[in-house]
Structures are given as C-alpha cells and as structure tokens.
Design a binder for this molecule. Structure first.
Ligand SMILES: Cc1ncc(COP(=O)(O)O)c(C=O)c1O
Length: 441
C-alpha cells in the first residue's frame, strides 16, 4: 500500500524510473513516447546533457540562498535575458516555482498597481470561459474552466467572464475570421461597460488557449483589438503564457505572433523544461515603476522566489534554445506535425478539428462532425483516451469532453523541440491504433 496522496484515487500509476530524449521508461522498461512533454513542460526532451551539466554544477556550487537576503547570478542573468526577449529591456522579472504562483503574482501586481495609484475599487479580473490560469483560490477564481470551478462550490470569487475566441465553435456562418475576431474582442468592451471600468483591474487570457480548449489560437486581429480596449478603459492586460510561451508556438512569446504587447506576461512549464520547477512574471517597466515608487513596494513573496538552481536550469534551457536555433525547428516540425495529423486523421468521422501553432497542436474529437456535438459523457472518451494512450506507450494530454459545456474531447500535443520525423511517424502509428480501439473497439 502506497502512502502517496495521489492526484486520482484508485488509479494505477506506473513508476517512471528513467528518461532520455523523447522517451520516459517505467519500472518494466516500457518506453513511452513523450509527445506532450507531460503538460507542455519538457521542451528539450529528457536528460539534455547541457542542461543537466549546468544544473549539477550550480547545485554543487550553491543550490539556494534566500532572496530576502541575497540575489544570485543565475537569477540576474535569466531576468536580463527574458527582459531583452520581451523587447523592453527595462521590464522586470519576478521568479516563482509554478504557473499558479506566477499568475497569482500577476494578479497581485495588478491589484497593487491600481491601489498605489489610489484607484482602490479596481479589483475584478475579467477572464474567459473555458480558460485555466491556476489552482490557487485567486487564479481559479480568474479561470473559466467550468469542471474545475464546479467542485469548489461558492468558495471562489465571482469575477466576470466573456466567451473565448474559438472560431471552430463560435464563428457565425458568413462571418469572416477577421469579423469574428473583432466581434469576439468587443465582448470585452461590453463586459467592461456592464461592470464599470472603475471596478476592473485586469483582463487575463492565454494568447493560444492550451489545456482548457485543446490548443486554440485567436482569430486574426482579436488581440490587437483587446489591447486597444484595455488602453481605452485603463485595464491591465495579462498574457498567460504558462503553456504557450517559451518558444512553444515558434516565437519566444506567443503574443509576438498576435501583434500586441501585454502589461504583464507569465511563463512556466518550458521555462526550465521540467529540469527544475520555475515560473516567471514579467512586468512592463510602467507597472514595475508604479509599484517601486509606492511606500510599500510590491508586497508579495515566497520562500523559493528566484531560486538559484531553478534559475540556472532556466538559463541553461534558454541557452540551448538560442544556440541550437530551436525555434526554427519548432516552426518547421510544427508544420510537418500539422500536415501529418491532417493527412492521416482529418477525414475521420470523429475528428472535428486539428489546429495550433508551432509544436503546440490540438485534435478535437466530436460525435458528429456536422453539428460538432460532443460524445455523450457515458462514453468517457477523454478518460478512455488517457488509458489507451498509456497502454500504447504514448504520452499526450487528453482533456475536455463535456456534454453540458458543449466541448469535444481533445488531445493536446506539445512535443519536445528536439522532435524528428521518425517521432511524428511513430505518433501517427500509435494514434491510428488508439483511434481504432476507441471508436471501433
Ligand atoms: C495556461 C496555464 N496557466 C496556469 C497554469 C497553472 O500552472 P501550474 O500547474 O504550474 O500551477 C497552467 C497549468 O497547466 C496553464 O496551462
């Protein structure tokens, strides 16, 4: 009997004992092809030699020195590199350990920013339905992920939410993608007018929605209109790039492909590629300046803020991405992956949509292609997908699948940037077998 409080009771978890490149091996030496980096984490694959060497060196030299007393070189260097990439080298970076902490930090920055300016009623965070920004009480309050909210009863803060920009389900007949993008963005303006701009601190959104919808990029023009609305009504714009950032979509920040600059952007997952727990909240110089000039500064902090070996891992990951020009590979292999998925599964009756950016791809599964109706809940498509993929030695990230919420099940693919053609071929083989068992078995 294990003493572990597992994520899901009564579920059997194989023991992962070693990993290398694109594979994780269990206690029976069974290989699992890692096509989602867990949850979009392992961007360099497993046991990348350069990262492991740097990390071991840092741990031997100094693992940790509390940042209430000291700064450390990896934190300094990584912050400088991220600020440069953010195209504002006077932006400031606050390092934490995971995505929820990074978004919680972003929300607190927004609150304290307005308080410092004397606008104390600006407290609500507007988010989108079917979004996920974390599992702390504030970040879950700012999330529109309906199943995760439901189990919390009335414990969460009730903040306003607008529909996501999700062309596959919300674009009207005869409406162009551009028209849809504009209409969808204008929902934010309507919500601000309804709630009163004097009560809104920030709008938070993922530039490419990850696990809640199964990799959904916005329609063209959506985020430029969102930026205009936030400026017009004095609302901070937070880009949650916990999943879609750090090169996952082919540019270092996902927002770079949307033509806008957020006031605050959060990164995690691929930032240290799973070699250490690491997240970052990047504040534009304007946000930082206001907080810096207040009497109290930014009132926040956790024990592991700016952890030296976590930042060293982040720096090593960033160096590999830059030195090996991996973002070019993300674009190229991303296109190859999309083509292969489309060619092999696009025609299938139950495959509603295949989409994404770079090495971030989603496959939405529906019961009826024409009406886009999801499978009945009792078919347990998402849970069965999880079981079948593990059985076939494939790690992808199944999610969604809800009749009440009107969402198909989806498979999220976020493979390591070191992916080669042979891994795409193997993925297609495995998915073919899995779909046959799922739909015809
Ligand atoms: C977009 C997004 N934001 C926030 C989080 C929360 O991150 P963490 O699980 O590291 O707390 C996640 C996790 O999946 C995420 O995908």
């Amino acid at each position: 009997m294990s003493s572990v409080f597992y994520r899901t009771a009564k579920k059997h978890y194989p023991l992962a004992v070693r990993a290398e490149g694109m594979y994780i091996y269990d206690q029976d030496n069974k290989p699992y092809l890692d096509m989602s980096g867990g949850a979009a984490v392992s961007c360099l694959g497993h046991q990348h030699e350069k990262v492991v060497t740097v990390l071991c060196g840092q741990i031997k030299q100094m693992s940790f020195a509390h940042t209430a007393f000291f700064s450390n070189q990896p934190q300094e260097e990584l912050a400088e590199r991220l600020a440069e990439k953010f195209s504002q080298d006077d932006a400031k970076v606050y390092f934490t350990s995971g995505g929820s902490e990074a978004n919680e930090t972003a929300i607190k920055m927004a609150w304290q920013y307005w308080r410092t300016k004397g606008l104390i009623s600006k407290q609500k965070i507007i988010s989108r339905v079917h979004s996920y920004h974390g599992n702390t009480l504030a970040t879950l309050s700012a999330s529109g992920n309906l199943p995760r909210r439901r189990v919390m009863g009335d414990l969460l803060l009730e903040w306003p939410r607008i529909d996501p920009c999700y062309a596959y389900r919300y674009q009207a007949n005869k409406e162009s993608l551009q028209e849809y993008g504009l209409r969808s963005a204008n929902l934010l303006e309507s919500m601000i007018l309804q709630e009163g701009a004097e009560n809104i601190a920030a709008f938070i959104a993922e530039p490419v929605v990850g696990a809640s919808l199964g990799v959904v990029p916005a329609a063209p023009g959506y985020f430029t209109r969102i930026r205009q609305i936030c400026d017009q009504y004095d609302i901070l714009l937070i880009a949650d790039e916990i999943m879609c950032g750090t090169g996952r979509t082919g540019t270092f920040f996902a927002h770079q492909q949307e033509g806008f600059v957020p006031d605050i952007v959060t990164l995690a997952k691929g930032l240290a590629g799973g070699y250490q727990p690491l997240a970052a909240t990047i504040a534009s110089s304007q946000v930082h300046q206001v907080l810096q000039d207040s009497n109290t500064g930014f009132s926040h902090g956790h024990t592991y803020v700016g952890h030296a070996s976590a930042c060293a891992a982040g720096l090593a990951v960033l160096n590999v991405i830059d030195e090996e020009r991996l973002l070019e590979k993300v674009m190229q292999q991303g296109d190859n992956l999309q083509l292969a998925l489309q060619k092999n599964f696009g025609h299938m009756d139950y495959i509603g949509d295949i989409r994404g950016r770079g090495l971030f791809r989603g496959i939405e599964i529906v019961a009826d292609k024409a009406s886009k109706k999801p499978f009945a809940d009792e078919r347990k498509i998402t849970a069965n997908l999880h079981k079948l993929t593990m059985k076939h030695g494939l790690i992808c990230y199944p999610g969604g699948g809800s009749e009440i919420d009107g969402l198909g099940s989806h498979i999220l693919l976020a493979p390591p940037f070191i992916i080669e053609d042979q891994h795409i071929e193997l993925l297609i083989k495995k998915l073919t077998a899995i779909f046959t068992e799922l739909f015809d078995g």
